[in-house]
Structures are given as structure tokens and as C-alpha cells.
Design a binder for this molecule. Structure first.
Ligand code: GDP
Ligand code: MG
Length: 735
């Protein structure tokens, strides 16, 4: 008989090696590691233990059956008597809650008169495109299908924005029936009307069907993997956790400590992903910056992720973003390995973290649960190697395989336009292989791979499963989260990207994807497309936010009224922009700054951000927008941002801010704002701009300079100075 190792035995029983080792120790064996050979005695003892476990499990199953029967009665009869306080009662309550939720959803659809909800679902669909949970569908060489989704007659395949007629066809009823159903739900539809996902789901639900989204264009030509060619691939890991718990520190430490020999000293770039080697095996890390900021990307990220490393600071605890990360991972059915970080801190309390996590269904292996937890210090590197080992162990259990012999399929991790190189796109190949010269499609973009480089700018001949790399050669910049695929030839790439572009244009036009601008709103009100003007209000202090939301919240005309979907104190952040974009809202800022990533995203998503110093002006603009009377837009165009790194006094001039221009440029003639901790505390002009001792007209990005502000001396290190120009754009209104 071949030797069986601990981890193989663990896999057989579907537990982690660590858990098995714990069990073996309880049984008085002393296995050394997951690689140790399991002796016959061990196997016999473990088998016996699990047989006993099965009896227990059977009992539990019977109990569950009882509950299930009660539940079935509940759903068919509607009412069922339960013993107060019993488990059955709790479950019945849960079902009631669920049913109510469904009712609410139906009600919501009643209100969907505007197209914004469609835009939202469209966004999430785009987010799922290509990176959707991969149904493992290996085609055997014999041609036999091993799909997992076989045999659920109630599962229908739907397409976002499919028409009433198309939906009727897949449900197998007459279109008129669907139209009637929609009518009952308050939606007047024609046979060719396209439906958003919420409506599709609700209708399907009415017929007892579950829906799955079908493929995007191009998916039909994707090659199936051949089981005989499957090889082990590296796990793809995403690091998540609350802000400041140490995600960046961990990613940086892992990368710097695991530079492969010969690469030491190489300049590394943050390209959004990298891989490292540990004990001769590879691990791929997704290294997307920011956390709260990247809500959207992370939702996508979780789909390409095999393992989530959840970082929790041992001197802090489970915080909102920790819980959010757990929810994301659970929703994507991705296992979590917990890194209890900052263990070097004197007030670190890892057991309290274990305890808190246990309230979120993450029970540490040491406490008899299934979740691997490692105590680390990302700052000093303590135990980070152990964490990597545990990641590999977890990966071992997942049995990650891919066929490298087919044409590459993957996901865009990051993409930008670079001077001289054109679109530079970080892709993660999930299956197959691609090489320089291959015709490829990423989202709606197509091209031929010109170069492939890794995060150390080293040229790579090709990329295979779980390998991240930067490629150039695409004709345009795709979006992070877009699917990536190699094609048979240019012709195929062109066809796929062309079709996708047409569909996307249509959808964009229908839904006006992303934000809307204040001056577009009147047309849409006229068209009856918008019934409420959604606003996000950000202000410097509670008082002003209150006043603004009171004032703006009251504005209404016959056709439309305002609704405030978020109001809070602080700088305008990326999450505000994401919310605005997803719900078609405007952002009104009062005495606040816009953080730089939020600004970038707003531009990309076409979210209108309006900044005001006077409440009356905000009110006036909103009123005018609703009445279609918005005067020429006087807006501030951001031109640069500098960070104050030092301050000094210069006789006759006053305080000078020794600053570093982080983005854009500074001109002597610019208007400027000074912000501290997200609040604007000065607005005015420059009275001096110097490089070394010389007065200069302009300072470019990446340079240091001395900035003096007109009539203002209270500059502090860490302040941000923003330069802007005033531009006037005539309102575009085609009445
Ligand atoms: P992120 O927001 O989750 O990316 O967290 P960062 O990696 O930026 O870390 C936030 C702060 O915690 C920084 O000041 C780090 O130096 C610090 N930090 C991170 N890991 C550790 C650690 O293991 N020990 C200690 N003492 N500090 C840490
Ligand atoms: Mg960070």
C-alpha cells in the first residue's frame, strides 16, 4: 500500500491537517507535521473515531429532518404550531423574516420607475462578468460531462436585460402571462421591454425558478479544460481586514522577504498582484491598495480569490470592515485564514480576538474549530513564514487545479495608460497559457500581446494558471474586474470585442451608467426617467450637514423631489463616489475636500461633485437643476495637490510650506485650498511659489517647493494644499 501522509488523510476526512494533528494528539499519537506519514495505527484509530462521529451525525441528521419537515409544512400550509423557545420556532421565525424580505423586494420593484436600479444591477453584472464564481466544469477527454449543476430543473439561465419575450421562453410560459405578472407588480411592460435583474428574479421566483446569469459574449468560444491535463496551480490570496490592522504591512513584508534569489535588489512595482515562493511552492497575492475605498473591486476580487487572509490587529479587535470582509468571503464561499497581527505590541490580546471571531462563525482550530489562525507581526515579520505555510496547507485542501494547455482565461486586476507604453494591464491568468503575440480580449478592448512583464519588470515568455503579469498591446484601457481571454486569432478577438462594445454602448445609453450631472437632470425629469434627485451630503461639521440636508431635503417640484441617501461629516471619499455612482446620486460637499482617489474615480464614473461654501448657493443650484434653469456652471477644476512636509518662517513673507507636489502641478496664479484632516480651513491664493531660493511660475508633480499663502500663516506639517482653476461651462440643455 502506498504511504499516506497526514495531509492526505486529512483531505480524505475533509478537515485541515492541523485539525487532524490535534485529533491524533488527543488519541495519543505524536505526528510531527502535515507531511509525516500516517501509520496504520493512526489510520485505524482515526477511522474508528470518525465512525463514532458518524453515529452522532446521524442523530443530528434526524433532528434536522424533523426541522425540515416543520419548515415544509410552514411553506405549504403557511402556519405551523411550535413550542415556544424551541429550535424549530427560531427557524420558522427566520423563514417569516425571509418571506417578508421577499415581499419588500416586490414592493421595491413597484417603485422602480427610474432606470437607476437597472444601472446598479448592470454594474454588479459587469463586476461579475468573467470573474463569476467558476462553476467547475471539467470536460473529460472521453467527452463525458462532469458539471456540478446537473439536474436542477428549477434553475433557469437568464441574461441581464433580457426581454419579456426571452424570459417567457426560458420559463416556458406565454409572454402575456409575464406581462400580467409584471402588471400585478405595478410595472407596465411590453413584450420587447428589457428587464432588470430584480424584476427577472422576482418573476422567476413567482414560477418557483432560481436564476443563474449566463455568459457574456465570447464565453462560448472559451476552451474547456481537459481533466487529463490538469496540474496543480498556486492559490490566489486576497488580504482583507479593517483599516490600519496591517494589510499593507503584511503584503509588503511578504513580498520583500520572499524575493527569489537573484532578484534581490530588483525594483518592484505595485502592479496589483505578485507571487512569492514558499517551500518551493508558489502563492499569488492580490495587492490592490486601499480597503474601504475598493468596495467594488473587492467584491470582484473575492471571486478570483481562493483564500482570504483576514488581518485582525491583536491590540484592537473585530471592527466593521473585519465583519464586512468575513461577509464577502462567506458570500463567495472562499475559506478564510486569519492572521492575528501586531502580536509584538504589549497590549496584544490574541485570545480576545479568537473569542470575538468565534461570534462570527470563525472558530480557531486550537479551540476545536476549523479556521486556521496564525499570530503574526507584519511589521517585524514574526511568523509570517508560518502564515504562508498555512496558506499552502489550506490550498492543499482546496485541491486547486488548472489546465495550462488551453488558451488563457483570466481577469483584469488593474489597468492604466502609461506614457510611451499605451495601456498597461495587469492580468491574472486563471487557466490556460498565453504568450507574446497572442490575440486577446479584455472587457471591450482587444489587441495582441506585445510584452509580458512581472512585478519586477522582468520579461516573461508566457503566463499560465495563477500567474499575474503586466501585459501591453491592448488598444484601450479595460476595467479592473473585466474578463481576459486569449483568442484563436485577431479576427475572433475583433468580433468578440466588437459585439461587447455594441452591447455596452446600448446599456450605457439606456442606463446612463454611472453618475449623472446636474445639468443633465432636467432632461431626464422631463422624460419621466427620474422621480427623485438623490443626494449625498458631506460637510465639515455636524451642524452644517444637518442644515444642508434639511434645506435640500425639502426641495421639490411637481415631478420630482430630492432624497438624501447619505449624509456625513468628513472629506468626500471613494466610498461616497461608489455609492453615488451605483445609485445615480450627486455629491454635495460643504467646506470639505475630495480625497485624491475619490476624485479620480468620480472622473471615471462621471459622478458630479459640487462643492459649496454657502448653503444658499447649494440650495439655489439644486432648485435650478430641478427646474431646468441651471445657469452656466462655474466649477473648480482641480489642477494639483501638494503635501506640506515642513514649515518655516521667512521674514516679510510669513510662513512657508515646504511642500511636495503629489499630483498635477502648481502655478503661481492658481487658487488654492488648504485642508487638514479632510476639512478645508483656508481658501485663497498663493503669495509665493519657490524652488530653492528662486521664485518660479510653475512646479510639476514629483518636485518639492515652498508655498506661501496670501494672508495665512497657520500652516502645519501634513496639511494638503490643493490648486484649482475656475472654469465656466455653459449649460448644455437641448430644449
Ligand atoms: P492597513 O491599513 O491594513 O493596510 O494597515 P497598514 O499596513 O498600513 O498598517 C497600519 C499601521 O499599523 C502602520 O503604522 C503599521 O506600521 C502598523 N503595523 C502593521 N503591522 C504591525 C505589526 O505587526 N506590529 C506593529 N507594532 N505595528 C504594525
Ligand atoms: Mg493599507
Amino acid at each position: 500500500m502506498p504511504k499516506v501522509r497526514i495531509y492526505e488523510l486529512a483531505k480524505k476526512y475533509k478537515i485541515s491537517s492541523n485539525a487532524l494533528i490535534t485529533i491524533l494528539k488527543e488519541l495519543k499519537f505524536e505526528p510531527k507535521s502535515h507531511m509525516s506519514v500516517a501509520t496504520d495505527d493512526m489510520i485505524t484509530a482515526v477511522t474508528k473515531k470518525f465512525a463514532e462521529g458518524k453515529k452522532e451525525a446521524k442523530k443530528e441528521m434526524e433532528h434536522k429532518e424533523q426541522i425540515k419537515a416543520a419548515v415544509e409544512r410552514k411553506t405549504s400550509v403557511g402556519k405551523v404550531s411550535t413550542t415556544p423557545g424551541s429550535e424549530v420556532e427560531t427557524i420558522i421565525k427566520k423563514i417569516d423574516k425571509k418571506l417578508k424580505k421577499k415581499e419588500r423586494r416586490k414592493k421595491k420593484i413597484l417603485n422602480v420607475v427610474d432606470k437607476q436600479a437597472v444601472a446598479k444591477t448592470f454594474k454588479s453584472t459587469m463586476a461579475n462578468l468573467g470573474s463569476g464564481k467558476s462553476k467547475k466544469k471539467y470536460k473529460k477527454s472521453s467527452g463525458e460531462d462532469e458539471g456540478v449543476d446537473l439536474g436542477n430543473p428549477n434553475l433557469i439561465e437568464v441574461n441581464e436585460f433580457m426581454s419579456v419575450a426571452e424570459l417567457a421562453k426560458v420559463i416556458d410560459v406565454k409572454p402575456t402571462e409575464i406581462i400580467t405578472k409584471l402588471f400585478e407588480l405595478g410595472v407596465m411592460a411590453t413584450i420587447n421591454q428589457r428587464l432588470d435583474m430584480a424584476s427577472i428574479e422576482t418573476i422567476a421566483d413567482e414560477y418557483g425558478k432560481e436564476v443563474t446569469l449566463i455568459a457574456e459574449i465570447g464565453e462560448d468560444v472559451l476552451q474547456d479544460e481537459n481533466v487529463d491535463h490538469l496540474i496543480k496551480r498556486a492559490p490566489v490570496v486576497t488580504v482583507m481586514g479593517h483599516v490600519d490592522h496591517g494589510k499593507t504591512s503584511l503584503l509588503d513584508f511578504v513580498r520583500s522577504a520572499n524575493v527569489v534569489e537573484g532578484e534581490a535588489g530588483a525594483i518592484t512595482q505595485h502592479i496589483g498582484a505578485y507571487d512569492v515562493e514558499c517551500q518551493g511552492e508558489k502563492i499569488t497575492f492580490l495587492d490592490t491598495p486601499g480597503h474601504e475605498a475598493f468596495t467594488a473591486m473587492r467584491a470582484r476580487g473575492a471571486q478570483i480569490t481562493d483564500i482570504v487572509v483576514l488581518v485582525v490587529a491583536a491590540d484592537d479587535g473585530v471592527r466593521p470592515q473585519t465583519i464586512e470582509a468575513i461577509d464577502h468571503a462567506k458570500a463567495a464561499e472562499v475559506p478564510i485564514v486569519v492572521a492575528i497581527n501586531k502580536i509584538d505590541k504589549p497590549n496584544a490580546n490574541p485570545d480576545s480576538i479568537r473569542n470575538e471571531l468565534s461570534n462570527h462563525n470563525l472558530l480557531s482550530e486550537e479551540w476545536g474549530g476549523k479556521t486556521i489562525m496564525v499570530e503574526i507581526s507584519a511589521k517585524h515579520g514574526d511568523n509570517v513564514d508560518k502564515l504562508l505555510e498555512m496558506i499552502l496547507l489550506q490550498a492543499e485542501m482546496l485541491d486547486l487545479m488548472a489546465d495550462p494547455q488551453i488558451r488563457a482565461q483570466g481577469v483584469v486586476i488593474d489597468a492604466r495608460l502609461e506614457k510611451g507604453r499605451g495601456p498597461v494591464v495587469t492580468v491574472l491568468v486563471q487557466k490556460g497559457t498565453c504568450k507574446v503575440g497572442d490575440s486577446v480580449v479584455a472587457g471591450v478592448q482587444k489587441g495582441r500581446i506585445r510584452t509580458i512583464t512581472d512585478d519586477k519588470s522582468k520579461t516573461m515568455p508566457n503566463i499560465g494558471p495563477s500567474m499575474p503579469a503586466q501585459i501591453t498591446g491592448l488598444g484601450g484601457v479595460p476595467q479592473a474586474g473585466d474578463s481576459f481571454m486569449a483568442c484563436v486569432n485577431d479576427q475572433e478577438a475583433k468580433e468578440i470585442s466588437g459585439k461587447r462594445a455594441i452591447i455596452k454602448r446600448g446599456q450605457d445609453a439606456r442606463n446612463n451608467l454611472g453618475g449623472i450631472t446636474l445639468d443633465q437632470i432636467f432632461e431626464r425629469i422631463k422624460d419621466g426617467q427620474i422621480k427623485d434627485l438623490r443626494l449625498i451630503i458631506k460637510g465639515d461639521v455636524d451642524g452644517s450637514v444637518e442644515v444642508l440636508s434639511d434645506t435640500l431635503g425639502k426641495i421639490q417640484t411637481d415631478e420630482v423631489k430630492t432624497s438624501i441617501i447619505r449624509q456625513s461629516v468628513g472629506a468626500i471619499s471613494e466610498s461616497d463616489v461608489i455609492l453615488a455612482s451605483a445609485s445615480g446620486a450627486f455629491i454635495i460637499g460643504f467646506h470639505v475636500s475630495i480625497d485624491s482617489r475619490a476624485r479620480e474615480l468620480a472622473k471615471q464614473e462621471k459622478v458630479d461633485i459640487r462643492l459649496y461654501d454657502i448653503i444658499y448657493e447649494a440650495e439655489d443650484d439644486v432648485k435650478k437643476a430641478l427646474e431646468g434653469m441651471l445657469s452656466p456652471e462655474i466649477s473648480e477644476r482641480f489642477v494639483g495637490e501638494a503635501e506640506v512636509r515642513d514649515t518655516f518662517k521667512v521674514p516679510k513673507i510669513g510662513s512657508i510650506a515646504g511642500s511636495y507636489v503629489k499630483t498635477g502641478r502648481f502655478k503661481r496664479s492658481d487658487k488654492v485650498k488648504l485642508s487638514r484632516g479632510g476639512k478645508i480651513i483656508y481658501t485663497g491664493t498663493l503669495n509665493s511659489l519657490r524652488r530653492f531660493k528662486d521664485d518660479v511660475k510653475e512646479v510639476k508633480e514629483g518636485f518639492e517647493c515652498g508655498i506661501g499663502l496670501e494672508n495665512y500663516n497657520d500652516i502645519k506639517v501634513g496639511d494638503l494644499i490643493e490648486a484649482y482653476e475656475i472654469v465656466e461651462t455653459a449649460r448644455k440643455l437641448e430644449v
